[in-house]
Design a binder for this molecule. Structure first.
Ligand SMILES: *Cc1c(COP(=O)(O)O)cnc(C)c1O
Length: 376
């Protein structure tokens, strides 16, 4: 064994090509690096509302059990979730965040011999999950900036990339980082047009924020499309990002395959208890949703008032087109405000801003306004 052996030469070729995920800057890091206090983070689309007392109590009580392994089958949580969703418990695959479910899907179906399709400006984890398997990534061009869903998914462009070796297609609805969404009829027609050898992943991480009378009931299509998987999460509207819990809903046959790859104890005891309690909090969830609707309007109006163009959004974030976006990001960091640069998505001219609580949003708008004035 020589000291000059490069580890990179030893790593799987697909891994050498990977660029690591860039998370939003943690608050403590900003305060350390910039010497600011009372920093706010509007960078990772977390729910700014305080958790309900019953969820906090469930978390506290579950701590008594952490010396034991969790229930690997998550019997109680899967049962409660299945009942709420109107599916069978064996249609549900729990993950350490829905991120893990996306990775399980890639590990289950993708090999260097096949390809997978996703949109140019879609959630970056699709790229990471696909690349790690060595499968070919086929990236579909997004809709143009002047479309009514600017930079959103172009389903026709995605369909055009499908061939005999395509195993998977990723659709985010609504999409992150753009906030754009798909028409239910168009999405249904797209799934109907996919050949039977393609697994369709519909990522509904923002479902609880997005759903309205027109929102497609994609779970009700599972019988019609055996290769469909819908992923959702407790990280966004449910406010449990730090506990890491998401899930896939699919045919039981699909779930059974994913379960072969899944680590036996991938969802911890505290997360299971918290999510079980959170499922009962329907009025709190509705309140979070209503508050997000109000504050999203408020932030949008504030940006519009400064002449800043932004994309329509059904999530708890907005993608804003800001002159010299990286300078604006730096300007905001110096004032203790963390938003998300999206140059890693190829969107250098934009910042993604999560919707916070009233006072956070106020500070954000004041910061952006000061930045705009500093330029004029
Ligand atoms: C945040 C997010 C997820 C993953 O969240 P988890 O915390 O891993 O559940 C998945 N898809 C999209 C589009 C997201 O924005």
């Amino acid at each position: 064994m020589t000291r000059d052996q490069s580890l990179t030469e030893l790593a799987a070729a697909a891994v050498c090509e990977l660029a690591p995920y860039q998370p939003g800057k943690p608050l403590a890091e900003l305060e350390r690096d910039y010497g600011v206090r009372d920093a706010i983070k509007l960078a990772s689309n977390e729910n700014p509302m305080e958790l309900p007392a019953a969820v906090r109590a469930a978390i506290r009580e579950s701590i008594a059990d952490v010396s034991r392994y969790p229930d690997g089958a998550a019997f109680s949580l899967r049962g409660a979730l299945a009942q709420q969703l109107g599916v069978a418990p064996d249609a549900i695959t729990l993950g350490n965040g829905s991120n893990e479910v996306l990775v399980l899907l890639a590990e289950t179906f993708l090999t260097p011999q096949v390809n997978a399709i996703y949109d140019q400006y879609s959630f970056v984890v699709y790229r990471l999950a696909v690349q790690a398997t060595g499968a070919e990534a086929r990236v579909a061009a997004s809709l143009p900036r002047d479309h009514e869903q600017p930079l959103g998914h172009d389903l026709d462009a995605m369909l055009a990339l499908v061939d005999a070796n395509t195993r998977m297609v990723f659709i985010a609805n609504p999409n992150n980082p753009t906030g754009t969404w798909l028409d239910g009829d168009a999405l249904h027609a797209f799934l109907a047009a996919l050949p039977a050898h393609v697994v369709a992943v519909v990522d509904e991480a923002y479902y609880e924020y997005a759903r309205d009378e027109q929102w497609p009931d994609v779970l009700s299509w599972l019988d019609e499309f055996p290769n469909l998987v819908v992923t959702r999460t407790f990280s966004k509207a449910y406010g449990l990002a730090g506990l890491r819990l998401g899930y896939g809903v699919s045919s039981p046959a699909m779930a059974e395959l994913l379960n072969r790859v899944r680590q036996p104890f991938n969802v911890n005891t505290v997360a299971q208890a918290a999510a079980l309690a959170a499922l009962n909090e329907t009025s709190w969830l509705a309140e979070c949703r209503a508050e997000n609707d109000r504050e999203l309007k408020h932030v949008s109006a504030g940006l519009a008032g400064m002449g800043i163009h932004f994309l329509p959004s059904k999530g708890n974030f907005v993608l804003a087109e800001i002159p010299n976006a990286s300078a604006c990001n730096e300007f905001l960091l110096q004032r203790g405000i963390i938003v998300r640069p999206v140059a890693n998505y190829g969107l250098d001219g934009y910042l993604r801003i999560s919707i916070g609580n009233k006072s956070e949003n106020h500070r954000l708008l004041a910061g952006v306004s000061a930045y705009m004035e500093s330029r004029s």
